[in-house]
Design a binder for this molecule. Sequence first.
Ligand code: SR1
Ligand code: MG
Length: 422
Amino acid sequence: MNDEMYEPLTVKTLGSRLVGIDAVNSILGHDLSKWSVNEVGDGNLNLVFIVKSELGSVIVKQALPYVRLVGDSWPLPLKRAFFEYHALIRQAERDPGSVPKIYHFDETQAIIVMEFFTPHIILRYSLIAGNKHEGLAKVLGNFCARTLFRGSDLSMKAAKRKADVALFAENIELCDITETLVFSDPYFDAERNHHNSALEPLVASLRADVDLKVEAHHLKAKFCNNAQTMLHGDFHTGSVMVTKTDTKVIDPEFVLYGPMGFDIGMLFANFWMSYFSQPGHASKVGQRDDYQEWILSVVEEVWNVFIMEFSCLWRTERTGILYERSLFEDQGHDLGSEQALEHRLKEIWQDTLGFAGIEIIRRTLSLAHNADAETISDEALKTQCEACGLVLGRQLVINRSDLHSIKEVHDQIRNIQKGKQI
Ligand code: SR1
Ligand code: MG
């Protein structure tokens, strides 16, 4: 990629720079005077524009050569747009309709022009507002099962998977963000960290907790050394867009080959953080009680849908080099295949819990916090929310092999909120 030719878009220049592109013109038309451009990026990394005309609309996403959240003191390669583009293509193949259609990709300018989901909003903000969404769990559970299964050696031809492992292995700097910010920084006084000072005693005890640090690092080793499948890599509630009845997944620029439990763990963590944040967004005490239960019901359903779909794919699409049908079903060992499936699901379950704990801890102690807690104006409720998350996070990391069902986890979550385990 020739970075010297790269130029960031602005609201003023975007139209003239994109109007010559056939795929863009076919949606917005050729008449620039009818285009409106707004910059809407509120993420940590990129420029994001909504471009509309009377004929249609698109999203234009452009990588910046640095981390937007921090500024140009933290350079970040433009090539992440290339990885996002390749991840989106694969996700669209593996779970059609779940991700935005791509209209145009420009590698030098690190620009992806894609489908604008409207009237969708970011799930995280919708959860803060207390909205419910039909079909949310089904889409998310199926997305996880289909992308995780179909991106793995359970399904892909070995040569194709190995080529993809090599392709995405070059997403080094974004992996490094996860390896550093998510798995290491929270456990010491790292330069970019920040946290709510009211949590100081709890933070000190977590950082002194050698068992926690060791387990967190076992999970980091798993993240770094287990190229099981193509992950979204940043699958939190800010990477999901929703209406009342529709759900879409966006933003896979952190794509990597990693362990299957990572995406689901990150997703569950963000739902559970949303759960703890609800009292801080209620207009009166108890107003969000039912809503909190709805959040837990979504997580439970995501997990159940994931298990169902993953199991179905295991039984019908096992075309890769692992657990070949020729070794199991074709030998009359159907039960052996089911036994292997059960073992793999157990491993994914334990990893999911561990990675969920890691995600909750980092969102409270490291650089990038969640709006769920950050937008709570009542300091005491904010501290309560974050403290509950830290307690849960530690339990999930340390006790992940002793927690056997989603119901058990949810009982713990309710107890933590009631103050029984703080
Ligand atoms: C410097 S980037 C911080 C975080 O934002 C992204 O959304 C990822 O979650 C990353 O860890
Ligand atoms: Mg993102």
